[in-house]
Design a protein. Sequence first.
Length: 242
Amino acid sequence: MKRALIFVCFVVLLVCPVDAQQNITALNKVDPGYFVTHNREELIRKLIDLPCGIQADDPVKLILEKVQNYLVAFQPSEEYSDDAYAKAANLQALKSVMQGGYGIGSVLIDQKGKIIAAAHNSQIQKHRSDLHAEMTLLTNFEESCLAKQYVNIYVYKPGLIVFSSAEPCPMCYIRINTAGADTKYCTPGPDDGMVSRTDFLPPAWKEMAMKRKVSIGVCSPVMQKISHLLFYSFLLDDRGPK
Ligand SMILES: [Zn+2]
């Protein structure tokens, strides 16, 4: 019986090869409809619903301070193994929003689960179209002394993970794959994320992407919601190009 079971498992593995990529929707406990916000009113409603004590008539500065206080005090639980990374990425995202920038942050995680670099989007602050959070993260890391112990001749040693507060865009997803890192993220990007659209990459880029592990993080609903709302925080004061 045991041999028969092992044989069946072997046949199933042969018939259904598992891609390096993983299911990127299975761990999402928030209603998928939450992850698109259409206007400022909807954004404010969702912010008030967070457990941060935000009131309808709070000025933007106070809203951001309340989110910051919540994030700083937030204690990740064992149930959500990526919440510590989500918290760190969200604090980066919030830092950018407080500077007048876009609310996306990311961290680089080594093979032992340690955060070894962190960055946020700086497009508006530095007037640079390429300074998305993940691009800044990888550029700063590659230029640091620390990188020597983590890189091979061309790409990073296996097992490094870029964890983003939001699903990486086409530019950043290609960059992460080119670097040889895996990808995790907190909030899906139904309107802009490329990770869930790997099939639409040109064949060579798709082949490269399929060699990497990709998954939505194991994050609590509140971390996912904060990631999403920080991403859409440009609606608070209508910042960004028209
Ligand atoms: Zn990007």
